[in-house]
Design a protein. Structure first.
Length: 426
């Protein structure tokens, strides 16, 4: 599918982002191994999160949508059953990585794969720690999906992540629920802590301090009623749109403000963005609030080290803002972008080139000079949802219309994205 975006005179109104993708995955997976029926409000409508639900259904969990509320009935940590065929994670790295931690402990074997894009994404980062815990996992070419997981008893480990990754950390912590004793994960830099918060909410014993996370085995997980906050990563596209187009004023309602994700707001404010946070409250251990954004001059900045890990999903759209900023944007320590749905550094550079914007590419990062103007062009998501949405935001500031090829990739995380974008730029 292709979509044509016209330049915007202003961005105004309000946006209520879809349910947070990361939190939706985790609530659904843990609910499926808890005791009783959980109710999850504002579950993400994105294709990735629907892939998680499909896998859980195939594993025997009862999953129903009751008047917009997701109901998941679990029968405990060993209540899943062997699926009749291969589990399909679609395009979702979160699904395959986090579910693998649970599947490694089940008393049956499971195959799990996904689409062509997912099949190119390396899984050795989870295979190594799960192997240390006693799991047997076979993969195509030793590291790519599909995975054949031979479930069985696991042992606790103390594992230091070689590369900061919330998905890998989550996989190990979920496997740790089934291991004897306490499983420990050590992070080189802090990553999003949604798994730790969700596990505590369902009744697990989780300790976390100074980059060391420890989960006790054999908890009694009990069903909960939970609200998924609005997705800050999805909101980022609209925040940048409002900052990019002069005389804009936008409200983003009921968005998640978890401290491990709020680095986005802090970075934008430090770059000169006018953002006000209001109506903050806590639900299920997660912070939720409203954001008020006013367009205006933005300086740009540097993203590196811990900040790169915290902003890894938002970097594509921040690069768009960087090109229009006063000083530009430099990103370092971002090798993880090379192994997302696409090589996001390469696909971003290619689309910027088509739109007349220069970008200096490095092995694990890039630099986008500031004070550049986007030209209308034909660009391509290359099947990556965040590239599709970043290009759409850039198109708002272009001199003429921009056509986005494979724009339907946005549905992976935000099916309503283009309708929402039209609503605030009409």
């Amino acid at each position: 599918m292709q979509i044509t975006i016209s330049p915007a005179a202003t961005v105004s109104g309000f946006v209520r982002p879809p349910g947070d993708k990361s939190i939706s995955h985790r609530y659904a997976i843990i609910a499926a191994i808890a005791e009783g029926a959980s109710r999850i409000h504002n579950y993400s409508t994105g294709a990735d999160c629907q892939s998680t639900l499909s896998c859980l259904r195939d594993l025997g969990a009862v999953v129903e949508n009751r008047e917009g509320v997701l109901a998941i009935s679990g029968h405990g940590r060993y209540g899943l059953r062997q699926p009749s065929g291969m589990l399909d994670a679609g395009n979702s790295g979160s699904t395959i990585r986090m579910l693998s931690g649970i599947l490694a402990a089940q008393p049956f074997s499971t195959s799990i794969g996904g689409d062509e894009s997912l099949s190119r994404r390396p899984m050795d980062r989870i295979m190594k720690p799960l192997g240390d815990m006693g799991a047997t996992i076979h993969a195509r070419a030793g590291r790519f999906p599909p995975l054949q997981i031979e479930g069985g008893p696991l042992r606790a480990i103390d594992y230091t992540l070689p590369v900061a990754s919330a998905q890998v950390k989550s996989c190990i912590l979920l496997a740790g629920l089934y291991a004897g004793g306490a499983t420990t994960v050590r992070e080189p830099v802090r990553t999003r802590d949604h798994t730790e918060l969700a596990l505590r909410e369902f009744g697990a014993e989780v300790e976390s301090a100074r980059g060391v996370i420890r989960v006790q085995a054999n908890p009694r997980l009990e069903a909960r009623e939970l609200l998924v906050p609005g997705d800050l990563s999805s909101a980022a596209f609209f925040m940048v749109a409002a900052l990019l187009v002069p005389d804009s004023e936008l409200a983003i309602l009921s968005v998640g403000l978890n401290p491990t994700r709020a680095a986005l707001v802090e970075f934008l404010v430090s770059a000169g963005a006018r953002i006000r946070v209001t109506n903050v409250q806590e639900r299920g251990g997660e912070l939720i609030g409203d954001l008020q954004i006013k367009g205006g001059r933005v300086l740009g900045g540097l993203i590196e080290k811990e900040l790169t890990a915290a902003l890894i999903d938002e970097i594509p759209v921040l690069a768009v803002l960087g090109a229009a900023s006063e000083l530009g944007l430099t990103v370092r320590d971002a090798g993880e972008l090379r192994v997302k749905e696409t090589d996001r550094i390469a696909t971003l550079a290619e689309n910027f080139r088509r739109m007349g914007v220069s970008m200096e590419v490095m092995a694990e990062g890039f630099h986008v000079p500031g004070k550049q103007r986007f030209a209308g062009a034909q660009v391509d998501s290359f099947g990556d949802h965040r590239i599709a949405m970043a290009c759409a935001v850039a198109a708002l500031a272009a001199d003429t219309e921009t056509t986005i090829l494979n724009a339907d990739a946005a549905s992976v995380s935000f099916p309503e994205f283009f309708d929402t974008l039209r609503g605030i730029t009409a």
